[in-house]
Design a protein around this ligand. Structure first.
Ligand SMILES: *[C@@H]1O[C@H](CO)[C@@H](O)[C@H](O)[C@H]1NC(C)=O
Ligand SMILES: *[C@@H]1O[C@H](CO)[C@@H](O)[C@H](O)[C@H]1NC(C)=O
Length: 175
């Protein structure tokens, strides 16, 4: 059942995407945070620096449609660290969660990467999965999350990508 649903989804999506560019948090991070904190977090039983026991949805999606994944998402990242808190990342690296590239920071990393100059944007799918951590950190800091700032950060990312020429953007606000 599950497999056939995935196969149906895959054939629906066989729409000619050659590249997928991902922004966001642990839902899409294939190892960026793990490299940033020098392999101190996340650890096994998580799989290969992912917050998951296997390949992530963006990797599976890229595999199904035959696209190359370019991943700028960071585990523990906020949609906007402007409304975040200086909570230490687990693992002892000394990194604070509001120092991890947020959506705006990830966009800068993408723009600084030479790949951003060579992608065919008509066949590139951009994904943005973010917002859950902003809410979690607010809760652990005993604050009311700034929902408006979180939504604005996601919408700004969509707008900035469109300004850069993006044709296909999937924003998902995790809340
Ligand atoms: C990770 O290692 C690099 C190179 O040794 C070092 O410059 C950096 O400060 C380290 N980062 C952390 C968070 O420990
Ligand atoms: C959040 O921090 C990251 C890493 O220092 C930076 O790249 C990004 O621009 C910051 N964003 C905001 C909104 O302060």
């Amino acid at each position: 059942m599950w497999v056939s649903v995935l196969l149906t989804a895959a054939s629906t999506l066989a729409s000619g995407f050659t590249d997928i560019v991902s922004f966001g948090d642990s839902v899409s991070d294939t190892g960026n945070l793990f490299r940033l904190d020098n392999g101190t977090y996340p650890l096994a039983p998580y799989y290969n620096g992912r917050f998951c026991n296997g390949p992530l949805w963006v990797e599976q999606l890229a595999g199904f449609v035959g696209a190359t994944l370019h991943d700028y998402a960071y585990g523990a990242a906020c949609a906007t660290n402007a409304s975040s808190f200086p909570v230490p990342l687990p693992g002892g690296s000394g990194i604070l969660v509001n120092q991890i590239p947020d959506l705006a920071g990830q966009l800068k990393l993408y723009q600084a990467d030479s790949i951003s100059k060579s992608l065919d944007l008509s066949t590139t799918l951009f994904t943005i999965f973010a917002g859950g951590n902003d809410i979690d950190y607010s809760a652990s800091a005993g604050k009311v999350p700034d929902i408006s700032a979180i939504v604005t950060a996601v919408l700004n990312q969509v707008q900035n990508l469109v300004t850069l020429g993006a044709k296909n953007v999937i924003p998902v606000l995790l809340a």
